[in-house]
Design a protein around this ligand. Structure first.
Ligand code: ZN
Length: 142
């Protein structure tokens, strides 16, 4: 972990070993899911990094109260169930879910499934890409 006046950095190490960071809940322990809000202090999003082993499935369906979710699939293959639809997701698949969408995920592939989930408050994005960036003249001392 490192931080400066205006940034925080965390190093999780290889994603293959992400189980080393258990998510401790009141009634159980989840392995293969790391939420980063408390790691780096995000204030507008919650992001999780996930590894679902081959043959594994999220043990419940869920929806959200106010946050939309974006799933970015990085490696592997699985199936997503959203409301009454089921479809294949794999490396490069990007899925956006409204808060009310009832969702579940399973890994029906032969290798581990890696994905990142970004939660943000639905409708909160005021500006984006080049509308929010500010180009600066700033010398970098690499
Ligand atoms: Zn969720």
């Amino acid at each position: 972990l490192a931080s400066g006046e205006a940034y925080q950095v965390a190093h999780l190490g290889p994603l293959e070993q992400i189980e080393q960071y258990p998510l401790v809940l009141p009634d159980r322990e989840v392995r293969g899911k790391v939420f980063i809000k408390d790691l780096i202090g995000t204030t507008g999003s919650e992001i999780s990094i996930n590894k679902l082993p081959a043959g594994g499935a999220v043990p419940f369906s869920h929806a959200h109260k106010q946050n939309e979710e974006v799933y970015l699939f990085v490696k592997g293959q699985g199936q997503m169930a959203i409301d009454e639809d089921v479809f294949t997701v794999k490396e490069g698949s990007i899925v956006r879910l409204a808060p009310r969408a009832v969702r579940c995920l399973r890994n029906n592939g032969q290798e581990d499934l890696y994905f990142i989930v970004i939660q943000t408050k639905e409708g909160s994005l005021g500006q984006h890409t080049f509308d929010d960036g500010i180009r600066l003249e700033h010398e970098i001392n690499w």
